[in-house]
Design a binder for this molecule. Structure first.
Ligand code: BGC
Ligand code: NOJ
Length: 820
């Protein structure tokens, strides 16, 4: 293992009382980003103000341009250039890279503020998207701390994208001729393609008179300069250019004079407008600016902006008040109470579409991903979860299969990727059941939901669950185990693909579709867990026959796993196309995998026979590392055409023996099922970012959010993370810690209290709002146990069992659980 990183290298610190991460060194090991907006209008912003903005869909409605994988990294964003005599600088250090006297970036809940100080002037740029607003607001506060008068020249900068982010990056023969803008007063409007098929434009305004502007990129930068040295800024004189084609930008030029001690605020609004066909124009070729002006007016004073920020903070106070813990461990509390829940909101909004690792054009909303994201989000805003479930289910097919992804703007299934991922349908049961358990709202099951977005096919959501369940039952292989299709949860286990052509996608290629036999033991475990949920739901609904029918299939699956899915010391992973075992001691590489062992132990399959204990011990012995649990071992060292993409990754990366953080909680939960709280907690801490802050130089990605993957023990640099933010890791870890380690689990009839904690925790306190009441739950552990509630008292009265009833009385209830 390599140890060539600085062990004590932090780039900032947590400020828990403000719910912020404070970055004090702009040269983080990778851009450390944040997300603005939480409903329709979004921005990504790095700690040096890099990033971009879009409306709803990062592919189809990109407002500002961003070049991924650029040199240097993270170039392009929402920049301010300040010219103070001969010194040109930016509050975020980049793009100018003029050394600052002070720098601080505060990433908070849907807002970021970046402050730089240079030669006695401080510039604080606050960025956020106000609630229910199709715009990003930027407040730039300039203060003169020196004893001389300062005459500053301020230039703003954004670069427009021509809407479709994919076409924007490739169709230059057209793009360089289409760009159009309008400039009126202090507002620059971007209206490319508005005159024909688009009903939308964007704009960038400032709340003071401007002394000039630029909208033609090459005129602003000069043909040979980068973002760090715009020619116009160096000269200190705007050119008042109007873009015609080429690359439209928006830059305001503002002269600011500050007396010693004086402070001034400039408010910029970067917004988006849609106009109905008959309202598009003010006069010939002049766009109707009414809506833009209305939005600009909502934020034209500091008071209005501050009030909007206060509203946003209140919104988050409320969201985060639903579940909070007081454990005495600040690293744990800040993850559970703030950052992990925040990341769950972000994954809910974006699925896997737009991060600094997902380009925003590759993927829309994932069927399996979005369902899993719900388990970390549903308690925050159940109504939005409800809507999402219906959107997702609408992309299902009548046979229970489904589109693997859909576009957020159109909500239509994505034909390029299609379906055939045989785990997908089961996740809809998880998503729906989680929603009902949280909200108690069974009426969602009666909603009429179409197949493949065709209203003529609408049927109840409950029926969608039935066909989901049946899809597995109707696709069983020779061992009675689920057929894997293109892949199961592990997108890279492509057992019917057999690809020799580097231009083929592993995810969509099935060169062997005839008589495919490849089976997944991971889906088998998944089916047992959510099949049981389906049975329980049927019973609740009084559908006894259906419950009985389904139970038989679940039992049959358990038998099949015990018979054909057990390898002697752990659960097999799969059978390949030829019926050979994968994840068996018989294999030379890939002897053991995390996923099937997670799901089968969560399902408790073979618990009586000791299978779960053996499997979890084998995971500990063979897959655990100082940085988390790797996906498989030994790593694949050559390409196995019959396995697919998994064997294409170098050992230790991604699905080939990387620490794929998404699935670590499956083992944590498996450990809680068998009552091993010490283990569950050990695994939790290993991948939890707040515990990794000190090794930021190695870890590389943000210490406040989970990354999808950390390099495994076979990699060159074990412990190095990639793909932060958009990962199922967020919701699964929140689910594991909140519902299985602290053990506060929504149930149809109330709130179950079933903790599984480390034996040396003496006490833990949780506040949970649930269906109209607040529960203050204190868990006491006098006998150093892990699991087993021996006494539960609610408001001083002992309750039988471990389920707190639903009071729905708006009151606070005191709950005491004693382990023993
Ligand atoms: C990645 C997976 C991802 C898949 C689909 C693969 O290359 O390794 O993690 O889910 O592509 O985009
Ligand atoms: C990331 C994908 O978004 C997810 O759907 C998949 O389960 C994992 N990669 C594992 O391959």
């Amino acid at each position: 293992m390599n140890n060539f990183f600085n062990k004590n290298m932090k780039f900032g610190h947590f400020d828990d009382s403000n719910r912020e991460y404070v970055i004090t060194n702009p040269k983080t090991p990778w851009p450390w980003i944040n997300y603005l907006g939480n409903e329709d209008f979004f921005s990504l912003i790095s700690n040096t103000a890099g990033g971009y903005t879009f409306y709803k869909d990062a592919k189809f409605r990109r407002l500002t341009r961003y070049r991924y994988n650029n040199v240097p990294m993270d170039a392009g964003g929402k920049y301010f250039y300040i010219k103070d005599e001969d010194t040109i600088w930016s509050p975020g250090w980049k793009p100018c890279k003029t050394e600052l006297d002070e720098y601080e970036c505060r990433h908070g809940m849907n807002y970021t503020s970046i402050k730089g100080v240079k030669n006695g002037v401080s510039a604080n740029a606050l960025y956020f998207v106000p609630l229910k607003t199709w715009a990003e607001v930027q407040k730039l506060t300039l203060t003169n701390h020196s004893d001389a008068v300062k005459k500053l020249k301020v230039f703003s900068f954004v670069e427009w994208a021509l809407w479709n982010a994919a076409a924007d990056m490739e169709n230059f023969q057209r793009n360089f001729s289409t760009g159009e803008v309008e400039i009126q007063d202090s507002v620059i409007y971007h209206k490319t393609e508005y005159k024909e098929r688009r009903d939308h434009y964007s704009y960038y305004s400032v709340n003071v008179p401007i002394q000039g502007f630029d909208t033609d990129r090459e005129s602003f930068f000069g043909l040979f300069n980068g973002f760090d040295e715009p020619q116009v800024v160096a000269e200190g004189t705007p050119r008042n250019t109007e873009a015609h084609g080429w690359s439209p930008i928006a830059s305001h030029y503002i002269e600011v004079e500050l007396n010693p001690g004086e402070s001034k605020d400039l408010i910029f609004v970067l917004g988006y407008v849609e106009n109905a066909a008959e309202e598009k124009w003010e006069s010939k070729n002049i766009i109707n600016k009414t809506k833009a002006k209305e939005t600009i007016a909502r934020f034209d004073t500091v008071e209005k902006v501050d009030a909007a920020l206060a509203d946003l903070r209140k919104y988050w106070d409320n969201l985060l008040s639903v579940y909070s813990v007081n454990s005495g461990d600040e690293k744990l509390d800040r993850m559970v109470n703030i950052w992990n829940q925040y990341q769950c909101m972000i994954t809910f909004c974006f699925s896997r579409s737009a991060s600094f690792f997902e380009s925003g054009i590759g993927r829309g909303m994932g069927f399996r991903d979005s369902n899993q994201d719900l388990i970390g989000f549903v308690h925050q805003i159940p109504e939005r979860a409800r809507e999402r479930i219906i959107d997702i289910a609408s992309t299902q097919f009548p046979d229970g299969g489904c589109y693997h992804q859909y576009q957020p703007l159109t909500k239509r299934g994505n034909n390029d990727i299609g379906g055939g991922f045989n785990d997908d349908p089961m996740w809809l049961i998880l998503g729906t059941v989680s929603y009902i358990k949280e909200s108690g709202d069974f009426s969602i099951l009666d909603e009429m939901v179409p197949f493949d977005n065709d209203p003529a096919t609408a049927t109840t959501l409950f029926h969608h669950l039935t066909v989901s369940f049946n899809h597995v039952v109707e696709h069983l292989g020779p061992h009675g185990l689920p057929l894997i299709g293109r892949a199961d949860w592990n997108d890279c286990l492509n057992l019917n693909c057999f690809s020799n052509d580097p231009n083929e996608s592993f995810q969509t290629t099935e060169n062997k579709t005839e008589g495919t036999k490849a089976e997944s033991i991971m889906i088998a475990g998944l089916f047992v867990v959510y099949g049981r949920d389906y049975v329980a739901l049927c019973k609740r609904l009084g559908k006894a026959d259906e419950a009985e029918r389904a139970q038989k299939h679940v039992d049959a699956m358990i038998d099949a796993v015990k018979k054909y899915g057990w390898d002697g010391e752990w659960f097999l992973r799969a059978y390949d196309y030829f019926g050979n075992k994968i994840g068996s001691n018989e294999n030379e590489e890939g002897k053991i995998f995390i996923e099937s062992n997670g799901w089968c132990t969560m399902a408790g399959i073979g618990q009586e026979e000791g299978y779960c204990d053996m499997a979890l011990d084998a995971v500990k012995e063979r897959l655990d590392t100082p940085y988390g649990i790797v996906l498989n071992n030994p790593a694949f060292t050559k390409y196995y055409i019959e396995y697919g993409e998994i064997s294409t990754y170098p050992p230790g990366y991604k699905e080939n023996a990387g620490i794929f953080c998404h699935n670590n909680p499956w083992i944590m939960i498996g450990e809680t099922v068998r009552g091993n709280g010490n283990r569950a907690w050990e695994y939790y801490q290993k991948i939890c970012p707040s515990y990794l802050e000190e090794i930021s130089e190695l870890h590389k990605t943000e210490p406040y959010v989970y990354a999808q993957m950390v390099a495994g023990k076979d990699a060159f640099k074990p412990g190095e993370a990639k793909n932060s933010w958009l990962t199922g890791t967020a919701s699964w870890n929140f689910y594991a810690i909140s519902q299985y380690i602290f053990g506060i689990r929504p149930n149809y009839d109330g709130l179950m209290v079933d903790p599984c904690i480390p034996t040396d925790w003496k006490e833990a306190n949780i506040t949970r709002k649930f269906r109209g009441a607040t529960y203050r739950i204190s868990i006491k552990n006098p006998d150093s146990k892990s699991k087993g509630v021996k006494q539960l008292m609610v408001d001083g009265k002992t309750i039988n069992g471990n389920i707190i009833p639903v009071f729905a009385d708006g009151q606070v209830h005191e709950v005491q659980a004693v382990l023993g």
